[in-house]
Ligand binder design. Structure first.
Ligand SMILES: [Zn+2]
Length: 338
């Protein structure tokens, strides 16, 4: 079996594996994108669209079947693991260009919009932080190419959290050639976006990447739950995919990462996903994996010194081609491109 730590050293663009987890067979990073914590307009939609009046229960006062955080925290605590929750702050519809106001896509986005600063959200953020979970940023739909917007969302989240965040993932896995420049500009240290909603696998290799040869790290997404056969209908087939990925990870000393959206832990609406997640984590632990959130893994990595990173960046990193921006610095955002 190749030594992943050495292979990381041989290619500066690969972040490798920290010595602290070198004895583990592989690593499994657990992440949750918090898209729609409130079942509201979606309940009405499902009731009408699918002729399923049971969905209307989700609209009763005090009932919110998509608020699954207590169950997830209990489940992960019972297994002795922690994960990352990435929070989203969509802009208000009328803050967009008027040409977007009649676009149904943005109406749906707007309907599910939530405020990380709402009392129940602040309480959740407190509990996550106190309990050792990672809180990260889920950049809104257009923020992948809008550093000002991304910076604002980071500020809102950090203000509600009372702490800084070091990474996250873009909503809908949106990305362009300058997305990582923007992430660095606003002071993020890692991105977990590259991946697919329809395909699983180690398409970017088995280890995290360093696109700028500096401290900025990319954790590709190995598996989004939505890509799997529906575990409500075909649990065995969905489990087979998970088991095969774990085996491939172990064979290659890989860093594997998975995304389970919190609302899919609602057993009535999305049967099978909660059980599948538990089984995935249990099996990874049985196989000797290091299991945790990306920020914890990031902290364990040995990172290049900032000086050398700066030189490397000036020395012709392709990804830094736009140049001019300070490499990596600060929440102080360079006057934006927009
Ligand atoms: Zn999302």
């Amino acid at each position: 079996m190749p030594d992943a730590t050495d292979s990381g050293r041989s290619d500066p663009r690969v972040a490798g594996r920290p010595s602290a987890v070198a004895d583990a067979e592989f690593a499994l990073l657990l992440t949750h994108d918090v898209d729609r914590p409130y079942k509201s307009v979606q309940a009405l939609y499902h009731a009408v669209q699918h002729g399923d009046p049971r969905q209307l229960k989700g609209l009763l006062p005090g009932v919110n079947p998509w608020w699954q955080f207590d169950g997830i925290l209990d489940l992960e605590s019972s297994l002795g693991v922690r994960s990352a929750f990435y929070f989203l702050r969509e802009p208000h519809l009328f803050a967009r260009d008027p040409s977007d106001w009649l676009d149904p896509f943005y109406w749906v986005e707007h309907a599910g919009r939530y405020d990380p600063d709402a009392p129940e959200m602040r309480d959740l953020l407190d509990r996550l932080r106190a309990g050792g979970w990672e809180v990260g940023l889920h950049g809104s739909y257009d923020s992948y190419d809008d550093p000002d917007r991304l910076g604002t969302e980071k500020d809102v989240l950090e203000s509600a959290l009372g702490d800084s965040v070091i990474g996250g993932r873009q909503h809908h896995l949106n990305r362009c050639s300058s997305t990582w420049d923007h992430h660095r500009e606003v002071g993020l240290r890692y991105d977990a976006t590259p991946g697919s909603a329809t395909e699983w696998g180690f398409h970017e290799g088995y280890l995290p990447l360093r696109p700028f040869d500096d401290e900025f790290v990319v954790f590709p997404l190995t598996l989004m739950e939505a890509a799997l056969p529906d575990p409500g209908d075909a649990f065995g087939a969905a489990w087979r995919v998970c088991a095969d990925l774990l085996a491939e990870a172990a064979d290659n000393d890989a860093v594997m990462s998975v995304l389970w959206h919190p609302r899919l832990f609602a057993e009535r609406d999305f049967p099978g996903y909660r059980r599948l997640y538990r089984r995935l984590v249990e099996r990874a632990l049985e196989m000797g994996a290091w299991v945790g959130p990306p920020a914890d893994y990031y902290d364990l990595l040995a990172h290049p010194a900032p000086e050398s990173a700066d030189e490397a960046s000036r020395g012709g990193s392709e990804s830094a081609e736009e140049g001019g921006r300070p490499a990596q610095e600060s929440p102080t955002r360079a006057a934006g491109e927009r």
